[in-house]
Design a protein. Structure first.
Length: 202
């Protein structure tokens, strides 16, 4: 292979590397959040040093705990405690609020209660009717309060957040109900559910 061809190949490789590096997208998550996570928060790695490889923990709270009474005040201490643990142990934190069947009991004085034919998830014996205007109002107030709380965190706590999962239905499964409503008038069409969820993501 002559010198001219070698020079051309070297230039081509250099251009290719530059192109790939300059067009590479930033990672979706912070690089230090990639690895094994403890979603159960069962291990304090400052004590259980055998699990020091765990990169993250969960701040997974229930709406019923965050807003136990009908009030404009929200209790985000569960998330604050997880962020403090993440800061102490140099771990990242994922944040979410369980809604739907984990909504506070007082909301059923304002929103219809939906009973389904599900016999598996016995702890969820009823659900709020998501398309009720009162439910939507309180649910979006919850989201607004969470976003305000997170935006006003000191930088050292905010930097512990890997991502926030917006939950709209049952846990992270993102369906309104487990099973089907006994009263079919509470069925929610795919289009109606998609609209509700997209409004939550705005």
């Amino acid at each position: 292979m002559n010198k001219k061809i070698i020079n051309r190949l070297v230039k081509l490789i250099a251009i290719t590397i530059y192109s790939l590096s300059s067009n590479a997208q930033n990672p979706i998550l912070p690089l230090n959040s990639y690895g094994v996570w403890d979603r159960s928060n069962a291990y304090n790695i400052s004590i259980d040093t055998a699990y020091s490889y765990l990169r993250g923990i969960s701040a997974d709270v229930n709406w019923s705990d965050v807003q136990a009474i009908d009030s404009i005040h929200f209790d985000w201490s569960g998330i604050q405690n997880a962020l403090q643990n993440g800061l102490n142990n140099n771990q990242m934190v994922d944040i979410s609020v369980n809604v739907g069947p984990d909504a506070p009991g007082w909301i059923y004085s304002l929103v219809d209660s939906v009973v389904t034919n599900d016999s598996t998830h016995l702890n969820w014996y009823h659900y709020p009717y998501y398309l009720n205007v009162n439910y939507a109002r309180y649910y979006f107030n919850l989201i607004d309060s969470l976003s305000s709380y997170l935006r006003h965190l000191p930088a050292n706590y905010f930097d512990r957040i890997a991502y926030v999962q917006v939950k709209t239905g049952c846990t992270g499964d993102e369906v309104p109900y487990k099973g089907n409503p006994i009263d079919s008038s509470y069925n929610i069409s795919n289009a109606g559910w998609r609209t509700f969820r997209l409004n939550a993501f705005d």
